[in-house]
Ligand binder design. Structure first.
Ligand code: PEP
Ligand code: MN
Length: 363
């Protein structure tokens, strides 16, 4: 259920109403949009009567029920206003959402050693990326494949962050690792394989930190939004959706099938920001750039791209990783795409030399 307040309602009245509505089963959430102030009611609102709620204040314009299984994730919950998810990084806040420039996340599939993660961080930053990705805990199909360096890789991500000022995106697979991951990560990634790990979703729902929620490889859009709802129901509204390709029948030429139609569909259904991962979607480096450009044309709010300084020697996902040179070229092409579709320009990032205070590693 949402409550739409009349224009020019005093904020003190909104606060009073929020307090009045608060109960052990109902959690009111105020959102101040460009046009309207909305109070979204999460939790069990079935027992609330719309007409009775309408009478709680003369400043209430209308009370609307949300007729979708996902409530807080629905577009209606914010009365059509897109959500901004703000990621704090040493370089300043990075904003995800359809009112903001496209956010670029780049880095290797997994953190292999200090030199490679720091070099990759520097190179992708120089190309214009705002966030560094890199797996410390890797979900691998085979138990005999490289599983990630775990905790020591978190330390290396922290170093790369200190040197470049880039925020960190890294995956959690097990709730037992969440505290140490959250100490380094600025965005916590839930991978495709864990999209419906409800125990894990509930745990990240208790954090006050952005979550990048990847679409499960056989998840419907509704399954995916219900997974987002699990996180939001716990009180964490900072969810970013990431389409990374779904299982198709032709796996010979592409690893997955990138569902770009998810972007306009999600725009109709949710206020949450949408990121596209063309690396896992295609599985082949030569197809990453065309699909990244297509994602911008289809109105994505961000891109997550795997970049490795030496893809042929990568410990995971080398075949789909771009070299730093190729990534730099792609970023130039993407700037043209952004201009063509009228997406606002990204503010230039600070130079790495602004972080002299931190230890500079010899590479
Ligand atoms: C990843 O981004 O490193 C990853 C494992 O992706 P996915 O969960 O989409 O397979
Ligand atoms: Mn990968």
């Amino acid at each position: 259920m949402i409550i739409v307040m009349k224009n020019n309602t005093p904020l003190s009245e909104v606060e009073r109403l929020v307090q009045e509505l608060e109960s052990p089963t109902v959690t009111p959430e105020k959102s101040v949009g460009q046009q309207k102030v909305i109070i979204g009611l999460g939790g069990d609102t079935a027992a609330l009567d719309s007409r009775h709620t309408q009478q709680l204040s003369p400043f209430i314009e209308k009370v609307l029920r949300i007729n979708k299984p996902f409530k807080k994730a629905s577009l209606e919950f914010r009365y059509g206003e897109p959500m901004t998810v703000s990621v704090s990084t040493p370089n300043g806040p990075v904003l995800f959402g359809s009112n903001h420039p496209v956010v670029n996340i780049a880095g290797p599939c997994s953190v292999e050693n200090e030199a490679m993660i720091v070099e990759t961080a520097r190179r992708v930053k120089a190309s214009g990326a705002q966030l560094l990705r890199g797996g410390a805990y890797k979900p691998r199909t085979s138990p005999y494949s490289f599983q990630g360096h775990g905790e020591s890789a978190l330390g290396l991500l922290q170093k790369a962050k200190e040197i470049t000022g880039l925020g960190i995106v890294t995956e959690v697979m097990d709730a037992a690792d969440l505290t140490k991951i959250a100490a380094v990560a600025d965005v916590i990634q839930i991978g495709a394989r864990n999209m419906q790990n409800f125990a894990l979703l509930k745990q990240v729902g208790l954090l006050n930190k952005p979550v990048l929620l990847k679409r499960g490889m056989a998840a419907t859009i509704e399954d995916w939004l219900m997974a987002a709802e699990y996180i939001m129901a716990g009180g964490n509204s900072n969810v970013i959706l990431c389409e990374r390709g779904i299982r198709g029948f032709d796996r010979k030429y592409t690893r997955n099938t990138l569902d770009l139609s998810a972007i306009p569909v999600l725009r109709d259904l949710t206020h949450l920001p949408i990121v596209i991962d063309p690396s896992h979607a295609t599985g082949k480096s030569e197809y990453v750039s065309p699909m990244a450009k297509a994602a911008i044309a289809a109105d994505a709010d961000g891109l997550m791209i795997e970049v490795h300084p030496d893809p042929a020697r990568a410990l995971s996902d080398g075949p789909q990783s771009l070299t730093p040179e190729r990534y730099s070229l792609l970023m130039k092409e993407l700037a043209t795409m952004c201009k063509a579709v009228g997406r606002p320009e990204q503010a230039p990032v600070q130079a790495a030399s602004d972080f002299k205070a931190h230890s500079i590693l010899a590479l």
